[in-house]
Ligand binder design. Structure first.
Ligand code: ADP
Ligand code: MG
Ligand code: MG
Length: 886
């Protein structure tokens, strides 16, 4: 079995076998670029080692053979006392992973070869001892788990003794002394001497790389990122080149374009007389890469040539690591580089212009999560605003408002129209109403998976969590931070992307990308490269996608905005908000009605109000379909809370007032109390139990449509029955609705569809029967997830999802992204069996998942006709639907 590949034997497509680093080192070698020679030990060797606890048979021999070839090529032997070959041992999995062992440089140095190295470097003792102390440090830390601080400490000590803060002021003697100190540290922690045998150093380092695949942090990271646990890591053994040989040597990192903005140019950092990670470690100040032109023009020109070549070859932004050894350039790493969301769009557009990729490929180079990021409003920051604290950017966005410390106060102030920021040590389910009312949430404790973070993300609300400099005192209604005291009502601003917290109100502006979607920024006129790129890529996504994109909107204003964002109809218009505000009283009358007459008069009063709402929406969506869901939540949600009512009644009685009305209400609330309201009297069940309720709604919808038609507005209502579990439920509602439709539509030409939500698992499993009575299905994936998993969304997210995420039971909440195997399977079954029964059945989805990138791809695969999501998510869904199609 072949476990070891020379760099000349691999290529960039062998990442599974050679890891990312090894595959790209091989690719560069074969491009003829100056890569120090070396070889890669495969992920298969790693897997075999991990399975049995020892190196697989043949591996040691293959390493020996490749090492011998490397020695022959370099004309040096590993660790030779006179003229040593040194190597680096570098881990490199398919995906780079925090928690795995990184790199050991200068393997092959020992008490004797350090002298030979100095001689080979023209008597540069300093260089040799610096290299040796680095080996002991890296080997000790990564191979033998010696605490890194101890080495750092000894190094600081040596510098202090010398009265300097710069490594370069340490001379050969100082460094020799440091080597002794390091060896003592090594011995103290491992109980053995630092290994002097070069091949033993090499073997131990290789083993440590293998074993680091199962380090706790690596395991956890893989679980959370859903990286398979059985990939293993490769190990690269690379001949050392030295950037620490003097002023004509150095090391650097570079990007082929600006990873921040995507702009073309030269982006990188260089550090003379340095090795390995010194550039990023921030020990000394790096210089901008352009400086290299002055320091070493030949290497600089060669580097620029190589960077251009790599971009053309990889057809993408690359990042690189390089080292210059006495005026000779060496390439040590490249990969397709990470970039910001803005850069991703700009670069994709540029590469199309440059003819390196086509527009389909450009769609693969960006994603909906990046687009969503570009749509958040931003703070207009100037020097006036300095952050007072920094927490975790738990849910992105920019929010300013008055500080409140309780959920109740948040609700009160928000009802007065004040923007509020809810500040808590941490949140719990009691804070839910306050979180809904607030513009943003700030907590002093908890991370990305805390209650506040999870719930805020679910609501799309700005949240900074774990800002631990903030000391929150709820009883006294104030918090302190860095000498400031902030009281209830004071203004603060929080940035949910960066985690920064500001005092006062930082002005917020919509992003350019939103201005473009809103239509206030013309992509043909602007010189904003990002907007032009977004426009171009969105246009292509629209031309490619098969899924239509609708929006969830309950008001004319939402509908209008969504339409500007590209929505092609309304997939979910909830009618329950139409029962709130000053209409509550009418709803109370409906619920309290003791006679048919009382009930009918309450319904008659609601009818014109509902009709007016629908007219507004139909007008905004002129010509586009509008799916209206009949009332869904339990009726007691429209009544005052029990405790409050009880108090009112008691107080009124005390004062000797007439309380008949309140008592009746109280009775009704008691009567309607449910243990599990989400599984109780709601949805279609309400319609079947309360005579005339659905009929009133159907009448309001159809009358509104007819009214529009008379004025030349094309209304296309689709009436949607919620929470159906059995076809008989739907048939009953349908029979009544059809009568009303026939009566109201007359010769107006209005066409009305009747369909149902598929959100109860039983409905999904009997979809073939239900399709007989439904002209469309809309998957309510929120409830389907809730009932499919048996999770009460309002209760579980804050209660234990953090633990599930931590344990890797799921990598993302199933309410955020559809659970393909379970809930997704219900969708698939219902789609197939529904279509089998009624081929022209329209299929859509209206849960939160409709705007989630991963889920959009799933709905595309399952063959739905459209997804529907909140207005702000419409562009994201358009983009992802396009990406799913290419
Ligand atoms: P990481 O994955 O953390 O970037 P690397 O394996 O790339 O780890 O190595 C860390 C540092 O050591 C990098 O700066 C790299 O350029 C440098 N390095 C690795 N191998 C060699 C080598 N053979 N000669 C000189 N420098 C090297
Ligand atoms: Mg690297
Ligand atoms: Mg539902």
């Amino acid at each position: 079995h072949k476990y070891v590949y020379d760099f000349s034997e691999g290529n960039k497509d062998l990442k599974d076998l050679l890891g990312g680093k090894g595959a790209n080192l091989a690719e560069m070698t074969n491009l003829g670029l100056p890569v120090p020679p070396g070889f890669t030990i495969t992920t298969e060797a790693c897997k075999a080692y991990l399975a049995t606890g020892s190196e697989p048979p043949g591996l040691a021999d293959q390493i020996a053979a490749h090492l011998a070839a490397l020695e022959a090529e370099m004309g040096r032997r590993l660790g030779d006392p006179d003229d040593p070959l040194l190597v680096s041992v570098r881990s490199g999995a398919k995906f780079s992973m925090p928690g795995m062992m990184e790199t050991v440089l200068n393997v092959g140095l020992n008490d004797r070869s350090v002298i030979g190295l100095a001689r080979q470097a023209d008597g540069n003792d300093r260089f040799a001892w610096d290299s040796y102390r680095r080996l002991i440090q890296m080997f000790g830390k990564t191979v033998c788990e010696v605490p890194g601080e101890e080495f750092e400490h000894a190094l600081d000590e040596a510098k202090r003794a010398k009265g300097t803060t710069d490594d370069l002021d340490l001379n050969a003697d100082d460094l020799r002394g440091l080597v002794d100190a390091y060896k003592k540290i090594f011995n103290k922690h491992t109980g053995r001497e630092f290994p002097q045998e070069p091949r033993e150093q090499l073997d131990l380092a290789i083993r440590a790389v293998f074993e680091s695949w199962n380090a706790d942090r690596a395991v956890l990271y893989r679980r959370q990122e859903r990286i398979p646990a059985d990939l293993g890591t490769a190990v690269n053994v690379v001949a050392m080149v030295f950037g620490n040989l003097g002023a004509d040597s150095g090391t650097g990192v570079a990007f082929t374009r600006d990873p921040g903005s995507g702009a073309q140019g030269i982006y990188g950092d260089y550090l003379a007389n340095a090795q390995g990670e010194d550039v990023v470690a921030g020990i000394r100040n790096t210089v901008p890469l352009q400086e290299l032109e002055r320091l070493d023009k030949r290497s600089y020109d060669e580097l620029l040539g190589i960077m251009a070549r790599l971009e053309e070859h990889y057809r993408d932004l690359c990042d690189i690591e390089f080292t210059i050894e006495r005026g000779k350039l060496w390439m040590l790493q490249t990969r397709v580089g990470k970039r910001t969301a803005a850069a991703a769009f700009v670069i994709a557009g540029q590469l199309v212009d440059e003819g390196l990729i086509d527009l389909d490929e450009a769609l693969h180079r960006v994603n909906g999560a990046q687009l969503a990021q570009l749509m958040f409003p931003r703070f207009q920051l100037d020097h006036e605003f300095e952050p007072v604290a920094k927490g975790i950017g738990a849910s992105p966005g920019a929010a300013s408002g008055k500080v409140v410390f309780t959920s109740a106060r948040a609700v009160e102030l928000a009802a007065e129209g004040e923007p509020v920021i809810l500040v808590r040590r941490e949140t719990n389910p009691d804070d839910l109403n306050g979180m809904i009312a607030a513009r943003g949430i700030l907590t002093s404790r908890g991370g990305k998976t805390s209650h506040a973070a999870v719930v805020a993300r679910g609501m799309g609300k700005t949240c900074v969590s774990g800002a631990d400099e903030i000391d929150v005192n709820v009883p006294q209604k104030r918090f302190t931070v860095g000498g400031h005291t902030v009281r209830e009502g004071d203004l603060v601003s929080i940035d949910g992307t960066t985690g920064k917290v500001y005092l006062g109100e930082v002005p917020v502006s919509p992003s350019e990308v939103v201005q473009y979607f809103e239509g206030s920024l013309d992509p043909e006129q602007t010189d904003d490269a990002l907007v032009r790129a977004v426009h171009r890529i969105m246009t292509h996504a629209d031309s490619r996608r098969r899924l239509a994109v609708r929006t969830n909107a309950d008001t004319g204003a939402d509908a209008a905005r969504a339409r500007r964002f590209g929505a092609e109809g309304i997939g979910l218009c909830r009618t329950e908000h139409m029962f709130l505000g000053d209409r509550r009283e009418l709803v109370e009358r409906l619920i309290l009605a003791r006679t048919d007459g009382e009930r009918e008069s309450a319904l008659a009063a609601l009818l014109p109000l509902q009709r007016a709402d629908f007219v507004e929406i139909f007008e905004e969506m002129n010509g586009l379909p509008v799916t209206v869901r009949l009332i869904d939540p339990p009726l007691h949600e429209f009544l005052p809370p029990l405790e409050q009512l009880a108090v009112n009644v008691a107080v009124a009685q005390e004062r000797g007032q007439d309380v008949a009305q309140e008592e009746a209400l109280l009775d009704a609330v008691r009567r309607m109390h449910e243990q599990n309201p989400m599984l109780g009297l709601r949805g279609v069940r309400l319609g079947l139990v309360i005579p005339g309720l659905f009929a009133m709604q159907v009448r309001a919808i159809v009358e509104a449509a007819v009214d529009c038609a008379r004025r030349g507005v094309v209304a296309r209502p689709e009436i949607m029955v919620p929470l159906v579990g059995a076809v008989q439920e739907l048939e009953t509602v349908r029979a009544e609705a059809e009568k009303i439709i026939a009566e109201v539509v007359g010769d107006s030409g209005v066409e009305v569809l009747i369909g149902t939500m598929i959100e109860v698992p039983r409905a999904a499993l009997t979809a073939g029967q239900i399709a007989e009575a439904a002209q469309f299905f809309s998957f309510g994936t929120n409830d389907l997830t809730q009932m499919g998993w048996g999770f009460s969304r309002d209760d579980v997210e804050g209660a234990f999802f953090w633990r599930y995420l931590e344990l890797g039971i799921f990598g993302i909440s199933p309410f955020e992204s559809i659970d393909r195997e379970g809930v997704g399977r219900l969708v698939r079954i219902a789609a197939e069996e529904g279509r089998a029964a009624r081929p022209e059945l329209k299929l859509g989805v209206c849960g939160e998942h409709g705007g989630d990138p991963e889920s959009v791809h799933f709905f595309h695969e399952v063959g739905l006709d459209y997804v529907s999501c909140s207005p702000f998510r419409v562009p994201v869904a358009r983009l992802e639907a396009g990406r799913a199609s290419v």
